[in-house]
Write a protein that binds this ligand. Structure first.
Ligand code: FAD
Length: 442
């Protein structure tokens, strides 16, 4: 299935995504209003700093600045002129999501996480731009605290709006299908903007399946801008298509030795990776589902030291991932560790896909997971925690009753390899201590 066929099949589905917001008929988004958070205007001294990291170019009206499907894209700062962010560019139902003018910049969180572009940017008037490569933007995030704060804030707000609109990847599948729910969980846990077309009662879903000749056995399917059609992909294949699975290639046979391997990218694993790398250790962080772990799904964390106003799980995950990148942590996403084999002075961890990583020390920070009811049918009827409305998590927790977390039958994770598995704990031993990283070997 080629990329163009997928692109034109998605084009028609805009009629579903946009009317929910009442935008398609106008062909323009409601995000046209200016707001300091999402569309800041840079002051002259800030522009002068940014000029050090990029190169200036003249652009003509209609010049393409980046296109959906591009493997990565630059941070574009408008010095003169105007540019538009367009969804489904070139299709009859293209929508302008936002328009930016002089001293404003384009881009969203995906630029920092390495995600493929899923929107296009077009110069709507002749002008001049500053192009800053993504690698340089990461340097800015590490070296220029004021600009870093401003850019991160704008990217997070934009990302939240795009996620709310359901821009980007389209998933077609049945609500009763465990694979659809598995992929929805990966999308939700990774906080990826996407739209889900339910097979049950959605003419758009039926049309896509018909046009792309998808047999029922191939469902669910994912349509990623710039990528061939994905038929019931694994989590790894889905994240790969989005450009997120692995930032750095690691020798798959374990011949490369790192100082520290951290398994699990929740708050504990991210913290361990940042501390290890900041001490000069070559550090690899392997995460099965999504950076941020359980905390990444929280709408607001109030008790994190140093953040009196609280912060969202998404922001915590984004900040921690940036910090890890800053210190050179190699991040392996969609990597489930299944076995640990310890030798003299080094350890080998094998992943589900057969990759092996050798490390002088290993920290297992795989957190907790919830027991499932052993009743028949529960496997097909359960929803994913992260796709549940977030406020329901909060309501279930009585005010001030922290112990209700352990009452929810949290238990320590039991890795699939006996050599990795911690001793089984009763639920009464869960609680704050259950969140700490477990160091099996150093
Ligand atoms: C909705 C929600 C709101 C919350 N709000 C708060 C709050 O406000 N304040 C608070 O203190 N706590 C809160 N918590 C609890 C808090 O999120 C957890 O205590 C914390 O996330 C535990 O961190 P962790 O890194 O130990 O484990 P986790 O967050 O569970 O992370 C473990 C990670 O390891 C990965 N992993 C597991 N097995 C493997 C494997 N074999 N290979 C590779 N990776 C693997 C998992 O995918 C996961 O990302 C909240 C939790 C939830 C779900």
């Amino acid at each position: 299935m080629d990329v163009d066929a997928v692109r034109s099949a998605v084009a028609g589905s805009g009629a579903l995504g946009a009317p929910q917001l009442g935008l398609a008929a106008q062909g323009r988004s409601d995000d046209a209003e200016g707001s300091a958070g999402s569309r800041p205007r840079l002051a002259a001294p800030q522009l002068a700093v940014l000029r050090r990291y990029g190169s200036e170019h003249d652009v003509a009206a209609d010049d393409l600045l980046f296109a959906d499907g591009d493997p990565s894209y630059d941070l574009i700062v408008l010095l003169e002129g105007e540019a538009e962010i367009v969804e489904r560019r070139g299709q009859p139902d293209a929508v302008v999501i936002a328009t930016y003018g002089p001293a404003q910049f384009l881009g969203e969180m995906g630029l920092l996480t390495g995600q493929r572009a899923y929107l296009s940017a077009v110069a709507s008037a002749a002008g001049r731009i500053l192009r800053i490569p993504a690698a340089q933007v990461r340097v800015i995030m590490a070296e220029e605290p004021d600009l870093s704060e401003l850019i991160l804030r704008a990217f997070l707000v934009r990302h939240a709006r795009l996620t709310h609109r359901g821009v980007g990847l389209t998933l077609v599948g049945s609500r009763f299908d465990p694979d659809t729910r598995r992929l929805l969980e990966v999308l939700a846990r990774n906080r990826l903007s996407s739209r889900w077309l339910e097979l049950e009662g959605s003419p758009e879903a039926e049309r896509i399946v018909r046009e792309l000749h998808v047999p029922p056995s191939d469902l669910p399917v994912a349509l990623v801008p710039g990528s061939p059609l994905l038929r019931n992909p694994t989590s790894r294949e889905l994240l790969d298509a989005l450009g997120l699975a692995s930032e750095h290639e690691i020798e798959a046979d374990g011949s490369e030795v790192c100082d520290l391997l951290v398994v699990g990218g929740g708050p504990a694993g991210l913290a361990a990776a940042v501390y290890g790398a900041s001490e000069g250790m070559t550090t690899t962080l392997a995460e099965d589902t999504a950076l941020g772990g359980q905390a990444g799904t929280s709408s607001r964390i109030e008790n994190l030291l140093g953040f009196p106003a609280g912060l969202s799980g998404e922001e915590l995950a984004a900040r921690a991932a940036l910090q890890a990148q800053k210190f050179g942590v190699r991040i392996k996403l969609a990597s489930r560790a299944v076995a640990l084999c310890s030798g003299v002075g080094s350890h080998q961890v094998r992943f589900e896909d057969g990759e092996v990583v050798t490390a002088k020390s290993v920290i297992v920070a795989t957190g907790a997971r919830y027991n499932r009811l052993p009743s028949s049918g529960s496997a097909t009827s359960r929803g994913s925690a992260s796709s549940m409305p977030r406020h329901r998590w909060r309501r279930r927790r009585a005010p001030g009753a922290r112990s209700s977390w352990s009452a929810a039958a949290i238990r320590r994770d039991r890795p699939r390899c006996s050599s990795l598995a911690p001793a089984r704990r009763s639920t009464s031993s869960s609680g704050p201590a259950a969140s700490r990283a477990r160091c099996r070997a150093t």
